[in-house]
Design a protein around this ligand. Structure first.
Ligand code: RTP
Ligand code: MG
Length: 141
């Protein structure tokens, strides 16, 4: 097993529902330690750049509009197999298809308002972390 870092975002619906603490508890309980955290209102440009891989998809406009509908929590999570461990905790993209006990099954309302983002590969994790954080903003404890 390898210690990895992954980018987690609690999306605007998670903040509006006041479940930041519950979500971060789930990460900590599974050994995913936040080594950087920032609350931020994303600009349209930041959200478009972040999800650029989806720019040709029909849902892109709605996705960007949703991601800037309120502040988000940006986090770097560190732990064993962090990328996959985080995706397992999140559950499927569509909360209706997500397994019980996953974050999306328990807190998300729809495929658009699906509460959390998580990097889907180690390579994407490195790029996504660098998109929002400088190395000096991550901590050891
Ligand atoms: P995320 O990037 O946010 O962690 O979600 P994901 O990997 O599970 O899903 P992805 O395919 O990367 O899609 C990014 C976000 O776009 C919205 N989406 N809508 N209507 C649709 O068919 C559709 N497909 C994706 C979701 O909000 C998804 O989280
Ligand atoms: Mg994705």
């Amino acid at each position: 097993m390898a210690i990895e870092r992954t980018l987690s975002i609690i999306k605007p619906d998670g903040l509006k529902k006041h479940v930041i603490g519950k979500i971060i508890s789930r990460f900590e309980e599974k050994g995913l330690t936040p080594v950087a955290i920032r609350l931020q209102q994303l600009s349209q440009k930041e959200a478009e750049g972040f999800y650029a891989v989806h720019s040709a998809r029909g849902f892109f406009k709605d996705l960007v509009a949703f991601m800037i509908s309120g502040p988000v929590v940006l986090m770097v999570l560190e732990g064993e197999n962090a990328v996959l461990a985080n995706r397992d905790l999140m559950g499927a993209t569509d909360p209706k298809k997500a397994e019980k006990g996953t974050i999306r099954a328990d807190f998300a309302d729809s495929i658009d308002a699906n509460t959390v983002h998580g990097s889907d590969s180690l390579e994407n994790a490195k790029n996504e972390i660098a998109y929002f954080f400088r190395e000096t903003e991550t901590q050891k404890y």
